[in-house]
Write a protein that binds this ligand. Structure first.
Ligand code: ADP
Ligand code: MG
Ligand code: MG
Length: 641
């Protein structure tokens, strides 16, 4: 999760005092990086996934499943190969926010060969095995987005009690022990975000109202202890959560691509933006929150609220007195502006920027769109700072820039090359929820990478107004969005013609239409070609070996059937599992027993001991751990430029 500087974390008052210093030097560092690397050319396509996992301990006698707080025990062992013989590491492991989480990526990024699509799933499987070898009896590693009973009494092992008075979050539900404490970043962020905001974070998720759910649904939170705020932020008919861990303690699937130059990176950043809500809905996997069934399917709004450090003034609840700006979104949210010249005309939502930072970048020769993007990131304060890192050499370091960059957690991230590295301009795709199986995670990853190839090869245009992307983000999180919602999408992906600025908004609106995700992915007769048919026609023009072809075909079939509703989304499947469980009382409650049965079933689906055709069909990919030499030789690495 972003920059992991080591050292002594500063308190919020100390960090606040240094906020201008960090911003000033962060901008200098960005200008230096930009000047050094703006003309960098010819980087090849490289890409890699990131999967976050949860450690779960099962007690098969008491029928209990708990989160196992052993991330800090496992990580040093998992990182031995990377430290000692990095060239041999097939996976890289990083800490994540929670002590029950770990994050795994491939040992090195994949490249432009199509055959790389055939090693993704095997690498994911191997990653799991590396962890499994270190697990205790009845402990498992699951790639699930949300732990259904996160924050319920006894949800973790060793059991830990929340401390609403002295803990970093002051949560009524989420103890500090569940935060990854072996690195100071996560606890510091928790505390500083709360202190900056001036009160605890407040997350309210609409509850799914079933036949026996109390109406209005309102919990008595006073029994959990007086936290000084007495749960006054809890809304009726909502599941209330009050800690960073409820959001950052959920798992996701992310992807990073390297572009051939800065221009292509800006184009991909923009072109993939309209795909964010679509992929969020397709990967929806988190309908259970804090022991209840929610009326939403995704984690996005939860995680957004879980790190919302804006003060009451910044949120528009009080007139601006001590703060500089009214800020419309949390620092974890969908992006606010496009970066490419083609995208500019679709930047139609208010963009608050740090004027001084903007001016400095413009004076240094950075164009308007890039300068406003960075100046928007820099309206935020740093929320984690280490004393050893305060004074830096702006010619060589980029930590101050990275500090703000890596705590703007948006749907897309535009990543400049790190100083003194061989890495190029990259783009990160961040909306997807983690899926139960490696097959699904590999399928979504390969689908998005293939889509970037199609966009670049055919010069496709997906752009729609940013306000429409935001509207789609809301729709994507609704219960069964795939089945019930329509999404704004660009009508004509091939034509580059767009109304000019002078033309009316009404004309701009005609650029996009509302379609179901099934129609967007699979096509809608003569009216819309569909993304999968485009990918298929791309694949028919390139050489690909038989095994890779078979694997890709199965991945695309999963996407096709999830989009059409023939296969369930993970969220839909989870809802059905709970509501059809014999113990379920129609009251929206996910009991210990249901939690246990659900997680053991997910684990069995993941390791293949049970089949789940309603979710997966019958996948049999030909994934393998390495690319055969003959294929490597036969396939010419397609250039991305
Ligand atoms: P984050 O910014 O989320 O911490 P990292 O920089 O650690 O992400 O990288 C995340 C992903 O980027 C991994 O999947 C990794 O394989 C991939 N990756 C590493 N190097 C490159 C590169 N040069 N180009 C594209 N992706 C890369
Ligand atoms: Mg992460
Ligand atoms: Mg990432």
């Amino acid at each position: 999760m972003g920059l992991l500087s080591e050292g002594s974390p500063l308190s919020w008052p100390e960090t606040k005092e240094l906020a201008d210093h960090v911003r000033k030097h962060g901008i200098t560092q960005f200008i230096n990086l930009y000047n050094l690397l703006k003309d960098r050319q010819g980087d090849v396509l490289k890409w890699g996934d990131e999967i976050e996992y949860m450690l779960v301990k099962f007690n098969h006698e008491t029928k209990k499943a708990q989160l196992s707080l052993r991330g800090q025990d496992l990580l040093p062992v998992l990182q031995i190969t990377e430290k000692e013989t990095p060239e041999k590491a097939t996976s890289l492991w990083r800490p994540e926010f929670a002590s029950y989480m770990i994050e795994g990526t491939p040992g090195k990024p994949y490249g432009g060969l199509l055959a790389h699509f055939n090693i993704v799933e095997a690498n994911m499987k191997n990653r799991r095995q590396e962890v499994c070898a270190l697990l205790e009896k009845d402990e498992q590693i699951l790639s699930i987005t949300a732990f259904p009973r996160l924050g319920c009494e006894g949800f973790c092992v060793p059991e830990a009690k929340p401390d609403p008075v002295n803990s970093a979050s002051r949560s009524l539900f989420f103890p500090d022990e569940a935060i990854y404490l072996a690195h100071p970043r996560f606890r510091t962020l928790t505390r500083n975000i709360r202190e900056r905001r001036g009160e605890k974070v407040a997350i309210n998720v609409p509850i799914f109202k079933d036949i026996n759910t109390p109406s209005p649904f309102m919990e008595d939170l006073t029994v959990l202890g007086d936290d000084g705020e007495k749960g006054r932020s809890a809304l009726p008919d909502h599941i209330y959560m009050d800690a960073m861990g409820f959001g950052m303690g959920q798992c996701c699937l992310q992807l990073t691509f390297q572009a051939c130059n800065i221009k292509e990176a800006r184009t991909l950043y923009d072109q993939l933006t309209p795909m964010c809500p679509i992929m969020l809905a397709l990967t929806a996997a988190s309908p259970l929150q804090r022991g209840y069934i929610a009326d939403t399917d995704c984690r996005w709004n939860i995680i957004s609220s879980s790190v919302d450090c804006r003060t009451r003034e910044e949120r528009g609840l009080e007139p601006l007195k001590t703060n500089r700006y009214r800020i419309y979104k949390s620092r974890y949210d969908s992006i606010d502006s496009y970066l490419s010249p083609e995208g500019e005309r679709y930047n139609d939502i208010p963009l608050v920027i740090d004027q001084e930072a903007y001016k400095r970048m413009r004076d240094a020769g950075i164009d308007h769109l890039l300068a406003q993007h960075v100046a928007h990131l820099f309206i935020r304060d740093p929320v984690s700072l280490f004393s050893e890192k305060v004074n830096q050499n702006d010619e060589e370091d980029s930590d101050h820039f990275e500090n703000l960059q890596s705590t703007n957690w948006q749907t897309m991230r535009f990543k400049p090359p790190p100083p003194k590295s061989t890495i190029g301009w990259r783009v990160e795709f961040r909306p997807c929820e983690a899926q139960i199986t490696d097959f699904e995670n590999a399928a979504y990853v390969c689908f998005i990478v293939l889509l970037t190839r199609v966009i670049v090869t055919y010069g496709l245009n997906f752009l729609i107004p940013i306000s429409k992307v935001d509207e789609n983000m809301k729709r994507a999180q609704k219960r069964d969005a795939i089945l019930n919602q329509k999404f704004w999408f660009r009508k004509d992906l091939v034509s580059q013609s767009s109304p000019t600025d002078a033309e009316s908004t009404a004309r701009q609106e005609q650029i996009c239409v509302e379609m179901t995700i099934g129609e967007i992915i699979n096509g809608k007769g003569e009216e819309f070609q569909g993304l999968l048919p485009l990918i298929s026609s791309y694949l028919s023009t390139v050489e690909v070996d038989a095994d890779t072809h078979c694997t890709i075909h199965q991945y695309l079939r999963l996407i096709q059937k999830r989009a059409s509703g023939d296969l369930m989304t993970t969220a839909h499947w989870i809802r059905e599992f709970v509501t059809k469980h014999p113990d379920y009382k129609g009251d929206s409650v996910v009991s210990e027993g249901i939690n246990y049965d659900l997680l053991t079933t997910m684990n069995s689906i993941q390791n293949g001991t049970i089949e789940c055709p309603s979710l997966l069909d019958h996948p049999r990919t030909k994934t393998q751990s390495s690319i055969p030499e003959t294929i490597r030789m036969a396939e010419n690495c397609p250039s991305t430029c």
